[in-house]
Design a protein around this ligand. Structure first.
Ligand code: XUL
Length: 543
């Protein structure tokens, strides 16, 4: 029986998921998560993020990620029932955009790791920046503007890299580092993404960046899959020498380093290039052909789908990334995902069951009450000044606010994904909140499409394990079609399909315009939506 291990280094946790494959016989054999705040309290993170006085800055600890990896590999070796010798390949998924800065001691440290000592202890001196900027950071607006100007405007940048400049993207982050700390930048030997950093730890040497995650940097020429010299020049000097190579998603980086074999008893399994969490989720939710969309309700809420060819979002909100299946994927990311739902849940002293009951209590359209749930600075649409905005909504009304946060999240996803032009017939839902059928009902009604649950909530880790499987087959000379790779793992759960209700679909088609008007007003781009809200409320009440 062949075993493939997928690791997901996400914002709040590290998950390991192992699959067993013997022809048509396939199953998830191990699945476990390590929560950073609870299990590694010495690093002092909250929801996986280091405390900062500036609300626009968000960082985490690359040392903590290394310690988490060491502990998780120990758990896989010790607690799982899988025969370690059967592990053929290991791959992974990392939170996108975050970056890790190695100094001159890193390459030697990685090549000579001592199996008798914890990984974290041996990496202490290797980082030029002890804190890694992560995707939740929105402190680089000035750098975004500079890069955009140097490259001839947002559209030119999006045509080249798949996205206009985004604060969280790695290029603007690197530029800010170079401007703030030029000497530290100069002494940086290698800048990794979270994904290529973790793969380097497993392989014991620099691993490449793969195109799915590389396209979240504003540095990669998306159509040619290589660093774009003009984007590098607009970002920081001598950047080409500091970046890893770009290599296809299925690249075998090498065998697991001796450290992992001697310390935890792993075999010399293939380390396959890691990708970003969203590209991995694309595979882990079975979006391996066009016409399907996935919505992942995690720390961030993301919507993604495969694209027929390379394109870009003319409105500037969405992103086009490389797909780990080859080709391209489209994505939009809303930062106020699970933490916004939790905020409303906690404000009204509910548990998740109470949240679901409250959601079902109110009708579609919420009687005309709208919430813009921008508790943190938002990515889609860009909102740098955080704080929720309410329209015709009483902040003290628990049920109305629960309904409002879920409706807002779904309406925003629908509104801002229209540019993808995907005719959706089925949505694959994943992530923690996909276990809540009341939330899925709102999703189905807003999109007017069937929604079904896929995977066990760890779609990124599953996608990573499936990518390891695909790469191993390819390395053995078998180019397995992706439908066959994912078969048996990503089929919708039986009886999980939620169908849209025609009347509610009609309500949401109207509400979408109202929501867009509230958004425009809140962003200073449109008139007071009060008349529209009142007309909508009258219509909903009459129906
Ligand atoms: C995607 C994005 C987030 C992170 C963290 O562009 O910023 O989804 O990948 O999950």
């Amino acid at each position: 029986m062949a075993v493939y291990l997928g690791l997901d280094l996400s914002t709040q946790s590290l998950t390991a998921l192992a699959i067993e494959v013997a022809g048509r016989q396939r199953r998830v054999a191990f699945e476990e998560s390590l929560q950073f705040d609870a299990e590694l309290p010495q690093f002092g993170t909250r929801h996986g993020v280091l405390p900062q006085s500036d609300p626009l800055t968000a960082t985490s600890s690359p040392l903590m990620w290394a310690e988490a990896l060491d502990r998780m590999m120990q758990r896989v070796a010790r607690d799982s029932a899988i025969a370690l010798a059967d592990i053929q390949a290991v791959s992974g998924s990392g939170q996108q955009h975050g970056s890790v800065y190695f100094g001159s001691a890193a390459a030697k440290a990685l090549a000579s790791l001592d199996a008798g000592r914890p990984l974290e202890e041996q990496l202490r001196g290797v980082f030029v920046r002890p804190e890694s900027p992560i995707w939740m950071d929105s402190s680089t607006s000035a750098e975004c503007a500079e890069i955009t100007a140097a490259l001839g405007g947002p559209e030119a940048l999006a045509r080249l890299t798949g996205s206009r400049a985004f604060e969280r993207f790695t290029g603007p982050q690197i530029r800010k580092f170079f401007k703030d700390l030029p000497a530290a930048y100069r002494s940086t030997e290698r800048i990794h993404l979270v994904s290529s950093y973790a793969a380097s730890l497993l392989a014991g040497h620099d691993a490449p960046v793969e195109p799915g995650d590389g396209s979240g940097m504003n540095l990669m020429d998306l159509a040619r899959t290589r660093w774009a010299p003009e984007a590098l020049a607009a970002t920081a000097p001598d950047l080409a020498a500091k970046l890893p190579a770009i290599a296809p998603s299925w690249t075998v980086v090498g065998p697991l380093a001796t450290y992992w074999r001697a310390r935890h008893g792993f075999p010399a399994a293939k380390v396959v290039a890691w990708s970003g969490d969203n590209p991995c989720s694309l595979v882990g939710t079975g979006i391996v052909r066009e016409g399907r969309l996935a919505i992942s309700l995690g720390t961030s809420d993301t919507l993604f789908g495969l694209l027929g060819g390379v394109c870009f979002d003319p409105s500037g909100t969405g992103n086009v990334f490389g797909s780990p299946t080859g080709g391209y994927m489209a994505l939009i990311c809303c930062k106020n995902g699970s933490l916004a739902r939790e905020r409303i849940r906690d404000e009204h002293k509910l548990d998740w069951q109470g949240f679901a009951r409250a959601l079902a209590e109110r009708p579609a359209g919420n009687g005309g009450g709208v919430l813009l749930p921008w508790f943190d600075p938002e990515i889609t649409p860009t909102v740098l000044e955080s704080g929720p905005r309410r329209y015709a909504l009483d902040p003290a009304d628990a049920a109305a606010n629960v309904r409002a946060v879920v409706e807002a999240q779904m309406l925003s996803l629908a509104l801002h994904s229209a540019w993808m032009g995907v005719r959706v017939t089925q949505i694959h839902a994943t992530g923690g909140a996909s276990q809540n059928p009341a939330i899925l009902q709102v999703m189905a009604d807003v999109f007017g499409a069937d929604v079904c649950v896929v995977g066990g909530g760890n779609s990124a880790a599953l996608g990573a394990a499936l990518r390891a499987y695909h790469a191993d087959e390819l390395a053995r000379g078998h180019d397995m079609p992706w439908e066959e790779v994912v078969a048996g793992f990503t089929e919708p759960w039986p009886a999980s399909t939620v169908h849209p209700g025609p009347e509610r679909v009609r309500v949401y088609a109207e509400m979408r315009k109202v929501y867009a008007a509230c958004e425009a007003h809140a962003l200073g781009r449109g008139p007071d939506p009060a008349p529209l809200l009142a007309a909508f409320a009258r219509g909903v009440l009459r129906a």
